[in-house]
Design a protein around this ligand. Sequence first.
Ligand SMILES: [Zn+2]
Length: 277
Amino acid sequence: MMTHFKAIYLICFSLLYAFSANAVELCGQLAQGELIRGKAEGAEQIFLDNTQLNVLKDGTFFFALDRDAPKTATLQIADSDNVDAYPLEITPTDWDIQKINGVPPRKVEPTEKDLHKINIEREDLYRALSYHTNKPLWEKGFVMPVKGRTSGNFGGQRVMNGKPRAPHRGMDIAAPEGTPVYASSDGNVTLSGGNYFYTGNVVVLDHGQNLSTIYAHLKSTTVKKGDKVKQGDIIGYVGQTGRATGPHLHWGASVNNVRFQPLSLLKLDDKSFCSNL
Ligand SMILES: [Zn+2]
């Protein structure tokens, strides 16, 4: 009888050990629009559905859940021996409706010529958000890039001059024209300027591991593509270039070209939303 118990105990113990040895930790809220920081020791390759994630040697990785992410996703983690698949349940977010009036009509209904400019803007931004160093430059965390009042939340469904338009994929911070805008963390400049149709003058910073931040509607920028910046360096000044009804900073964040709530960058070290899979 004793031997029997001992055998069960040993099996349970080894199962527990095997589980903890392969433990995968996820920090963040599994909800639409959120950033998730994960750690899977020994992981060699990680996929979220069809997207391959950038994994550091210690197993750290990031992914974001799109504003309109479906209710389920699958995380696949491969080490040298096998591949484990973890189904994830994504909580839907109840996005608000943002009514914005007084937008110059052409910025709501662009002309043929404007559409050509808009396509160039999309391509430039996509390219800037796709260029990344593997070196983690984000490790000291992130700070708010400007002092001001939140004038628009991430994810809101926008209605401009009464017409439904694309959802808001960043947050807006209102501040007087000329207020300095700071780099939210260390990074490399992958785009600066542009005077684009929607985003005006933009700075994009690459923080490594496919993580980027976006600073839009700037009056002017003080950096150029290829520059290295430190957290707190001035990268430009608040303006209202592009589609804006007043001076503000549009602050955006992206990982693997998926935009997420930039405020989740401020909680990177918050352990209260961590759990093991
Ligand atoms: Zn905005």
